[in-house]
Design a protein around this ligand. Structure first.
Ligand code: PLP
Length: 392
């Protein structure tokens, strides 16, 4: 349906079939584990295609399915399945394509637990190479005859480096290698990697897709053929599926995704520009700034920029980082991001500066998630915390 093609219309109306639910404007939560059948014949028929029928909620569920249809449409993909967490989606995506003896290439500074999972796979004799950059030539050099997956994150969530997605997708395709991207930072509102030839998109729905810091969830979007394989194997057998109530909350979050992303973008840009000029700040890592080394590349892939960014303090000892973080009043200290609330943290925990350096992370790096509070007040809060730092 043409009128549903915009992200706004997908998020508000796609898949909300009113006739099916007695005209309820909000689809109900189908909080049931199984579905019953009129007679044994029809049950047997349904069991032939568990992916296409409601049989058991570890496979398909009407509430979960509405959210899946919206996210598939947003990404421009054929199929989406929702998982109990981003990590359930990521681990399932990786396991789908890997067997003992295989190899994975991944870009640096990806989400920590994803990197840890790649290490965990060594017990099944799956090895990985973490490329210390996002450059095509370095990715190409890391590819081995047994490489099955190139795993990407672009932008990465600490330093926000970008990967040239169309070029990497083409290279991988020419070698029969699958590409997987974690698109959590951009959301499908700002980047649709399938359009660039990437095979599989994964998300943590715990971030912007949910948007209210009230659910843990994950999504995987790909074509029909790959999804069929995933559905009957990693989805069904590992069983890390999204429960109906979480899907209902996700639907509630999705309805405002486009306007939330617009607000996050506007506020984050002003804050990034403010930080860039601040005398206590050495550098701001935000792909929406013209000073970002990948700004031009980004314009070919990103249609906008979300609200997660980092900056590096000029005085970059752990005590400086700690002072600034503890002086902030509107930015709460906590993991995760992408919710309505502003958050702050640093990868520098005072005992790991050497490790950070080996990963190319400055010890004065502070990451903020710009929420939906007043931009002016957020800037004032940052200014006070940073000025406190200067006058010490
Ligand atoms: C949070 C996060 C994940 C993991 O998602 P969970 O829902 O916490 O399992 C994966 N990738 C990125 C980039 C994330 O920020």
């Amino acid at each position: 349906m043409n009128e549903l093609e915009t992200a706004e219309n997908i998020c508000t109306h796609l898949g909300d079939i009113y006739e099916k639910f007695n005209g309820a404007v909000v689809p109900p939560i189908h909080e049931n584990s199984l579905f019953i059948y009129k007679d044994f014949e029809s049950f047997i028929e349904a069991m032939k295609d568990e992916q296409g029928n409601y049989v058991y909620s570890r496979g398909t569920n009407p509430t979960v399915e509405i959210a899946e249809n919206k996210i598939a449409a947003l990404e421009g993909g054929e199929k989406c399945k929702l998982f109990s967490s981003g990590m359930a989606a990521i681990s399932s995506a990786l396991l789908t394509f890997l067997s003992s003896g295989d190899h994975v290439v991944c870009v640096s500074n990806i989400y920590g637990p994803t990197k840890k999972f790649l290490g965990y796979l060594s017990k099944f004799d799956v090895q990985s190479t973490i490329v210390q950059s996002t450059d095509l030539s370095d990715i190409e050099a890391a590819i081995q005859p047994n490489t099955k997956i190139v795993y990407l994150e672009s932008p990465t969530t600490m330093t926000f480096n970008l990967v040239d997605l169309p070029v990497v997708a083409k290279l991988a395709k020419s070698k029969g290698i699958i590409t997987i991207i974690d698109n959590t930072w951009s959301t499908p509102i700002f980047q649709k990697p399938l359009q660039f030839g990437i095979d599989v998109v994964v998300h943590s729905a715990s971030k912007y897709l949910g948007g209210h810091s009230d659910i843990i969830g994950g999504a995987l979007i790909t074509n029909k053929n790959i999804m069929k394989k995933i559905f009957y194997n990693e989805y069904h057998l590992l069983g890390g599926v999204m429960p109906p109530f979480e899907a209902w909350l996700l639907l509630r979050g999705l309805r405002t995704l486009p306007i939330r992303m617009k607000a996050h973008q506007e506020s984050a840009k002003q804050i990034a520009q403010f930080l860039e000029k601040h005398p206590a700040v050495k550098k701001v890592n935000y792909p929406g700034l013209e000073s970002h080394p990948d700004y031009e590349l980004g314009k070919q892939m990103l249609t906008g920029y979300s609200g997660l960014l980092s900056f590096e303090l000029k005085n970059n000892k752990f005590s400086d980082v700690k002072n600034v973080i503890d002086s902030l009043k509107l930015f709460n200290i906590g993991v995760s991001w992408g919710g309505y609330e502003s958050l702050v943290l640093s990868p520098n925990h005072g005992h790991n500066e050497e490790l950070l350096a080996s990963e190319g992370l400055d010890s004065g790096l502070i990451r903020i998630s710009v929420g939906l509070e007043s931009t002016e007040e957020l800037i004032e809060d940052l200014d006070k915390a940073l000025r406190g730092k200067l006058t010490e």
